[in-house]
Design a protein around this ligand. Structure first.
Ligand SMILES: C[S@@+](CC[C@H](N)C(=O)[O-])C[C@H]1O[C@@H](n2cnc3c(N)ncnc32)[C@H](O)[C@@H]1O
Length: 362
């Protein structure tokens, strides 16, 4: 074992990931050099991807409401620095669901996250969510709770291209530490060198609508109806359905209320970051998810690449268990792996700085 591996052994820093999904966050933390020992999620279908791609991290299938603090403490196993991370489901705060359904049921999950913090007192916490969360009372309550528990909390709304992620996603990152004030590392990119769709997708094998690649079960794209095939042929990169001949335009878009909604049935642009990858990114009609120049929506693999998952990340053990809907949720809900790497590097730098300042040798 070399010195670096020794330094970041699970006895030194140990991470537990609540709401771990297929492991976007876990994968990035491991890549940054921090061991993740366990992930918890209510969706059993995430287990395969979580464990297959993240050696050393064990998946626990359970409802966060049933997780006992004593169980998490046992998993931390007396590590010197205990880190709890979590990315509660974003839907109750997302702009697409505002006013549509009562969020009270899902807000409960954030209270559960707080309960686990209270019961286990980790040194460092990280939470990622949609920026809309800051407008809700629960956000202020969470900040006050962290302060009361002795943490220095910090929140930033990050724009993913600033961290080398080829996607216009904005995310709220909450970091909190009991050791000292903590803040996410500064951006690594700016508008002059943002990664683009071309940088990451220009080499993926060509597909027709509805086709799948023979060697990679995830490189497959949805089929298109005849009218949508005609529509995409008339779509220009970065354009909207307004570019189509009038007979192709959907009835709802011809009406006054629908005519302003231009962000559907669009193609991505080669030389820009992609739009935010949602859980429905595989559908041409669900956003600007058309391939820049092939007449199809992007494939599941291309969505995963835009979320900065490694190109060979395995999501399903076999084709039989793969569905577009499930894959869309797994990929669209994930924390971009590269953002998780930045969070991991932030935590490492924070601990190293703390140790130096306090004259600690291990
Ligand atoms: C935003 S996703 C997390 C994504 C993950 N951190 C990643 O980077 O891939 C939220 C996850 O919370 C899980 N979830 C929802 N309700 C839950 C509950 N009551 N207990 C445990 N997990 C839950 C969902 O199954 C989903 O995987």
């Amino acid at each position: 074992m070399n010195k670096k591996q020794m330094k970041y052994s699970k006895n030194y820093i140990s991470v537990i990931d609540i709401f771990c999904g297929v492991g976007g966050l876990t994968c990035g933390l491991i890549k940054s050099g921090i061991p993740v020992v366990a992930g918890y999620d209510i969706d059993a279908s995430c287990k395969y991807a979580y464990e297959k791609n993240n050696i050393g991290a064990k998946f626990f299938h359970c409802n966060v409401k049933n997780i006992l603090g004593s169980e998490i403490t046992r998993q931390f196993n007396d590590a010197k620095y205990k880190v709890l991370v979590g990315c509660a489901p974003c839907q109750p705060f997302s702009k697409y669901t505002q006013g549509v359904k009562s969020p009270s049921e899902k807000w409960g999950l954030l209270y559960e996250f707080s309960r686990i913090i209270k019961e286990t007192q980790p040194h460092i916490i990280s939470m990622e969510n949609v920026p809309e969360l800051v407008r809700h009372t629960i956000f202020c309550e969470f900040m006050e709770f962290l302060q009361k528990e002795g943490y220095y909390p910090d929140t930033k709304i990050v724009y993913c291209p600033d961290y080398g992620i080829p996607q216009e996603r904005r995310r709220l990152v909450i970091l909190a530490s009991k050791l000292a004030p903590i803040t996410i590392l500064p951006p690594t990119h700016n508008h002059k060198n943002y990664l683009t769709v071309r940088d990451v997708l220009s080499q993926t094998p060509k597909l027709c609508a509805g086709e799948k690649h023979t060697k990679d079960i995830l490189h497959r794209c949805s089929s298109l109806s005849l009218i949508n095939l005609t529509r995409i042929r008339h779509s220009i990169s970065g354009g909207t359905w307004r570019d189509w001949p009038r007979e192709l335009i959907a009835k709802c878009h011809k009406s006054n209320s629908g005519s302003t909604y231009a962000s559907v049935y669009g193609r991505m642009q080669w030389d820009k970051p992609a739009p935010t990858i949602t859980t429905e990114f595989f559908g041409y009609g669900n956003g600007r998810f058309g391939h820049p120049d092939q007449d199809r929506a992007i494939s599941l693999r291309e969505g995963a690449i835009l979320q900065t998952f490694p190109k060979n990340y395995k999501f399903f053990p076999n084709e039989k268990e793969l569905s577009f809907k499930k894959a869309g949720q797994m990929i669209g809900n994930a924390v971009p792996v590269k953002l998780a790497v930045i969070i991991g590097k932030t935590i490492i730098r924070h601990i190293e700085t703390y140790k130096k300042k306090n004259g600690k040798t291990n």
